[in-house]
Design a protein around this ligand. Structure first.
Ligand code: BG6
Length: 482
């Protein structure tokens, strides 16, 4: 097997210090990086490795806290490093990189840069003969901001790399519990046989965040929560819940099944949008006892008004045999009271309950991605009592993923994704079709909202979003799990 070199473009950026280098370091600590993996930190500043490393080290320490490398670990980790200065938009500045690359090894280019730089970097890499060897490329979202722009990004990448060499990251797929969802569904016969519209009443997917827009106003105001979170993360979670069993764990099998779900999503059009979509925008409020500003008072806000949504709830339908009649309620928002990502599978009520109607408590399977990764199945049992003849209660069966793990922490998504990209496994990366199909669905949802003027309703920071989001689900005689 060929050895792998990692070439990180945007090495001095925030993502690199917060996620990429810490993930690589954790792999090093766990002895999961082959000894001969080399790392090129590529950035614009003309400086030496000795000047680059201390800044990286202090940024990493502030993000990693107690987990930060010791001096000995840092020295061991950074023996792999080179610093290569490249002005991304000038082809004659790629000579240093060409010199560093070794065509007898696999070059894994990681573009931790704004997407507007993908095209010029690819073009210059190609012009300067940096793509002569066996190459892979890893790119981050956003892959476009609409179907048209995502096709453009994908076309650019396809000019220089074939699909098998393109690794599109959706970091949610690297989360441990997301992988566990596959295991839960396809390695447990009793779950698998109860996974359709004969047993399931509805599904809820909630991704609640306590953070605001974290200093990214100018980016965020152009995209909003629908493009930033739903088009990618929530869609991926929905696909994994809803897809048919793939015939193997090969990337193509999984991707084929996921894309069928996106294609089966019922369009949200002008006629149905008001019934099925609620948009919101946070105003000032309180998070964990501290006052926080509203969206329009956030640092960097350039407008007096904005209709960008920081919250969205959607009632989606998958028009296929398995899911006909089972709504999928999706919601995600910033400045909600809790950071929580969970998938709730609500089973149907019993057709007739011999214990009385009050005791008709449908089973519920809660798959928690964060915090406290695990699975909880609420079962109905008899309360132990002599006074009450037959009092029933919902009782959770809990599966805490941290128990039985050989790790004392939950690995970050980027650790898994780096390892897979190094090993050439694309199954947790997103295929071109999936991205484009999901943009197609999102585009028509946006257009329906615009035509019907579905405006972003205010909600207080620290609340669970606009009251209308409660109505969205309660009018179906259901309620949000949290
Ligand atoms: C990113 C979004 O993709 O995911 C951010 O751009 C969001 O706006 C983040 O905060 C959430 O990720 P996680 O892993 O913290 O749930």
């Amino acid at each position: 097997m060929l050895s792998v070199d990692l070439i990180i473009f945007g090495a001095s950026g925030d993502l690199s210090a917060r996620k990429l280098f810490p993930a690589l370091f954790q792999l090093e600590r766990l002895n999961l990086l082959e000894n001969d993996v080399r790392i090129a930190a590529v950035a614009r500043t003309d400086q030496t490795l000795d000047a680059f490393l201390p800044t990286l080290s202090s940024k990493m320490s502030s993000y990693m806290g107690n987990d930060a490398p010791s001096d000995a670990e840092w020295e061991n980790f950074t023996r792999r490093f080179s610093y290569v200065s490249v002005n991304f938009s000038e082809p004659d500045k790629y000579a240093g990189l060409r010199e560093w690359l070794d065509d007898d090894r696999i070059s894994l280019f990681y573009f931790a840069t704004p997407p507007s730089l993908f095209a010029p970097i690819c073009e210059h890499l190609s012009q300067t003969n940096c793509l002569a060897g066996d190459c892979r490329i890893v790119v981050e979202k956003p892959i476009g901001e609409s179907l048209a722009s995502s096709v453009q990004v994908n076309e650019t990448l396809a000019k220089y790399f074939d699909e098998k060499s393109i690794y599109r990251i959706d970091h949610y797929l690297g989360k441990e519990t997301v992988q566990n969802l596959l295991v839960l569904r396809f390695a447990n016969s009793f779950i698998n046989s109860q996974w359709d519209n004969t047993c399931i009443d509805h599904v809820q997917i909630t991704v609640g965040e306590m953070v605001g827009i974290e200093g990214r106003w100018s980016y965020y105001d152009k995209v909003g929560q629908l493009r930033d979170m739903v088009q990618n993360h929530l869609m991926q979670l929905m696909c994994l819940v809803a897809m048919e069993p793939p015939n193997s764990l090969e990337a193509e099998s999984i991707r084929d099944e996921k894309v069928k779900i996106v294609r089966a999503l019922r369009r949200i059009d002008e006629q149905s949008v008001e019934e099925r979509v609620v948009r919101g925008q946070y105003t000032n409020g309180w998070i964990e006892g501290a006052a926080v500003p509203g969206y329009l008072d956030e640092e960097g806000c350039a407008h007096e008004t904005s209709d960008t949504e920081t919250y969205i709830a959607i009632k989606a339908h998958i028009d296929n045999w398995r899911w006909s009649g089972v709504p999928f309620y999706l919601r995600t928002g910033k400045r909600l009271p809790e950071k929580v990502t969970e998938i709730v599978i609500q089973y149907k009520s019993l057709p007739h309950n011999i214990f009385g109607e009050d005791a008709n408590i449908p089973n519920k399977l809660v798959i928690r991605l964060q915090p406290n990764e695990g699975i909880e199945l609420s079962m109905v049992s008899k309360r132990q009592s002599l006074k009450e003849r037959m009092a029933l209660q919902a009782h959770p069966l809990n599966l805490d993923f941290r128990e039985g793990s050989d790790m004392d922490r939950i690995p970050d998504a980027y650790e898994r994704l780096f390892l897979d990209a190094i090993n050439g496994d694309q199954s947790l990366f997103v295929g071109r079709d999936e991205i484009e199909e999901s943009w197609r669905w999102v585009d028509q949802l946006i257009s329906a909202c615009q035509k019907r003027k579905v405006e972003a309703r205010p909600y207080y920071a620290g609340s669970w979003g606009p009251a209308k989001a409660e109505v969205l689900i309660e009018k179906d005689f259901r309620s949000w799990h949290v």
